[in-house]
Design a protein around this ligand. Structure first.
Ligand SMILES: NC(=O)c1ccc[n+]([C@@H]2O[C@H](COP(=O)([O-])OP(=O)(O)OC[C@H]3O[C@@H](n4cnc5c(N)ncnc54)[C@H](O)[C@@H]3O)[C@@H](O)[C@H]2O)c1
Length: 418
């Protein structure tokens, strides 16, 4: 499906990570010439070879086609384009407020090449008010341009259009998901909607930039609170010596109850971070969200305690840690509770057998340590005294029950509850 639009001959995607790269590759198959921009030379080089620097279903194929046809290439500095999509990281600072330095740097860099009529769209998850700051930063770099403030049209357009795609289904969801379009003015929303119509089949839902910023944070805080409930239940069930997965499955047979699954904690670049953008900005008003963050952040420590208790039963115990990623079937280790637990066990001097089929090499903190060995699943389980399931990777599901029965097993993710 190519829906070319003369407004967007060239589109620039700034930040070629988990969000920017699939977006750039998808756009490049829908008409515009796409210029990817990333400050990491290695990412730029890899893209120009037609390759992704992380694995995601269908991305490699899309990327190869986009680069081969000359529709997509990457550079390290912004170049002129008709639209700029910013997808750079928004981590938090020590006080848990958002670190907007990546967004600011990207904005100031693109402001130098922006021209009248262009649109700048922020996709990075950001605190309420960030899109307004983008206008201020562009204004400081380019006093010659009128910005779209107080709902009035400007020389350039600025909008916030958050991303809600799921790793593992990104290429599909980029096209199919409904999308929030939050312009700084009606004209900005219209222009942004025209751009997303090039590749989105889901509904495009217009609102203001500030509401769009809030909606994205609400979505992730909602997930965090619901996961916290499941994690809290897992600790309650342990106290009573009951099986949390059975209890939740039975409770979910109630027509209006739908409890999520507990795990080793909450990780990743989104749910573990984004609620803080609301909590730090409105601490008095977010008691529930803050409690959920606390519950989810405490869960890895709770799992760690359970593992230590099992390990204490052996003289020189070996522990198999199954999974390092922050969720099943991906290679993303950011903020991963599984990695946190594994690293803590390694720091305490235990012999740790790590099984992570989705990464080739152990990450910093585990690599090069004498007491940490990367193993395949069978090896690890056969050697280990204690087996800890930390991530529900599909490839872990079919371990022989007999082998597991002869080990001390802690299943933090409900892998083998059947
Ligand atoms: N990963 C997800 O599942 C997901 C989902 C929804 C929203 N988001 C949000 O999208 C944003 C990006 O997340 P991500 O997972 O793609 O991050 P990422 O770390 O995978 O990628 C960001 C890229 O931006 C590059 N970068 C940093 N500063 C730059 C600059 N000034 N100019 C050009 N490139 C720059 C980095 O080198 C990196 O390659 C974040 O705000 C995140 O919260 C992520």
């Amino acid at each position: 499906m190519t829906v070319e639009n003369p407004l967007f001959k060239t589109v620039s995607v700034i930040g070629l990570g988990y969000i920017g790269l699939p977006t750039a590759a998808t756009l490049a198959t829908r008409g515009p010439e796409v210029i990817g921009v990333d400050i990491r030379q290695s990412v730029v080089d890899r893209l120009n070879e037609g390759k992704a620097h992380f694995s995601e279903p269908d991305l490699a194929m899309l990327l190869e086609a986009a680069v081969k046809t000359g529709k997509l290439h990457a550079v390290t500095e912004p170049q002129p384009a008709d639209a700029f999509i910013i997808a750079v990281p928004t981590p938090f600072l020590d006080d848990k407020s958002a670190d907007l330095s990546y967004v600011e740097n990207a904005t100031r860099a693109l402001a130098r090449v922006i021209k009248k009529g262009d649109i700048v769209i922020l996709e990075s998850t950001s605190p309420v008010g960030t899109t307004r700051k983008i206008c201020d930063w562009i204004g400081e770099e380019r006093p010659d341009l009128k910005l779209p403030l107080d709902g009035r049209a400007g020389d350039v357009n600025v909008a916030y259009c958050p991303e809600r795609i799921l790793p593992g289904r990104m290429v599909f969801e980029l096209v199919e998901n409904d999308r929030i379009i939050g312009g700084m003015s009606e004209a900005c929303s219209q222009r942004a909607e025209t751009l997303y119509k090039l590749f989105v089949r889901g509904a495009l839902l217009r609102t203001t930039a500030a509401t769009a910023e809030l909606v994205k944070l609400i979505e992730n805080a909602y997930r965090d609170v619901n996961i916290a409930f499941a994690n809290e239940l897992s600790v309650v069930c342990e106290k009573f010596g009951l099986n949390v997965w059975e209890a939740i499955a039975l409770a979910n047979r109630h027509p209006r109850v739908n409890i999520l699954s507990p795990g080793a904690g909450v990780g990743g670049h989104c749910i573990a971070i984004d609620p803080w953008f609301l909590i730090s900005a409105a601490p008095e008003e977010t008691a529930l969200m803050a409690a959920a963050r606390h519950v989810n952040d405490s869960k890895p420590l709770h799992v760690l305690d359970r593992v230590r208790k099992q390990l204490d039963r052996f003289k020189q115990p070996k522990v198999a840690c199954l999974g390092l990623a922050y969720k099943p079937d991906v290679d993303d280790l950011r903020e991963s509770p599984a990695l946190q637990i594994t690293a803590a066990l390694a720091d305490e001097g235990f012999e740790v057998l790590v099984v992570e089929p989705h990464v080739d090499e152990l990450p910093n903190g585990l690599a090069g340590r004498k007491n940490v060995i990367k193993c395949d699943l069978d090896d690890a389980i056969h050697q280990a005294d204690v087996v800890v399931a930390l991530v529900g990777h599909s490839s872990f599901k079919n371990v022989s029950r007999d082998v597991l029965l002869s080990r001390s097993v802690i299943d933090a993710v409900g892998l083998w509850q059947h």
